[in-house]
Design a protein around this ligand. Structure first.
Ligand code: F6R
Length: 225
């Protein structure tokens, strides 16, 4: 079982996680972060940009990308540029995304584990794009997205037909190698799955449940949406 800290607004959720990132950055300028995309961390990135921190020695690794043109307006590469990278002094060459050379992404992460990994959770319990049934020791790989994920993400693409069906994701094993993990969730539609993941059995059918076995996990939730 893992405790869920409930915050009273989306603003508090974003600020709380931004405080953690800021502390990490101030403790070690050469920090390595694993970062999510999606709607949940938008407030976090806005908050971080406003704090004008020094990102010049930071390395970032994104959790996942859709298999699509990286310059597409809805690609995760574009999302990160627009919401964080272009608004900080981070070096573009220090911003890493998984690509089809999955082994090389693993090698880049394996030698030195990330100091901080920030995650969102899908309504089906996925973390990154590790859909239900993903193995706990899975590594970076190409995956087919779950019907539920395609449905959920179609809000960004206008229709299910136009929503990508495949992605490249870090594995659950890759995520679990991180020194510290923060899971953020926002919205009533996330509470049931979050509670199940943190307080029920650890099962591959709820991929986020493996996080219960991490020794440095914090979980923050608000139901503002
Ligand atoms: C995205 C990612 C996904 C999202 C999850 C929740 O990089 O890793 O696991 O965190 O799908 O997405 P939102 O925040 O849009 O509800």
């Amino acid at each position: 079982m893992s405790a869920i800290t409930i915050l009273n607004s989306y603003n508090s959720l974003s600020k709380k996680v931004a405080d953690i990132v800021e502390e990490q950055l101030k403790e070690n300028r050469i920090s390595r972060f694993i970062l999510p995309t999606g709607s949940t961390p938008l407030g976090l990135y806005k908050e971080l940009v406003n704090r004008e921190l020094d990102w010049s020695s930071v390395m970032t690794y994104n959790l996942d990308v859709y298999i699509m043109n990286p310059s597409h307006s809805q690609s995760y590469q574009t999302y990160m540029k627009e919401n964080l990278f272009d608004k900080t002094n981070i070096y573009p060459s220090n911003c890493q995304f998984p690509d089809r050379n999955v082994q090389s992404y693993e090698v880049r992460l394996k030698g030195i584990p990330a100091d901080l990994c920030i995650l969102g959770i899908g309504t089906n319990g996925h973390i990154a794009f590790n859909e239900p049934g993903s193995l706990f020791d899975s590594r970076t790989r190409v995956v087919h997205l779950d019907e539920q994920t395609i449905q959920d993400n179609s809000r960004f693409f206008g229709s299910v037909d136009d929503t990508p069906k495949q992605a490249i994701t870090m594995g659950l094993g890759t995520i679990m190698d991180s020194k510290r993990i923060i899971l953020m969730a926002n919205g009533k539609n996330k509470f049931e799955i979050l509670n199940k993941a943190m307080n029920d059995e650890v099962t591959t059918m709820v991929p986020a449940s493996i996080l219960q076995e991490h020794n440095n996990l914090e979980v923050y939730y608000c139901d503002e949406k």
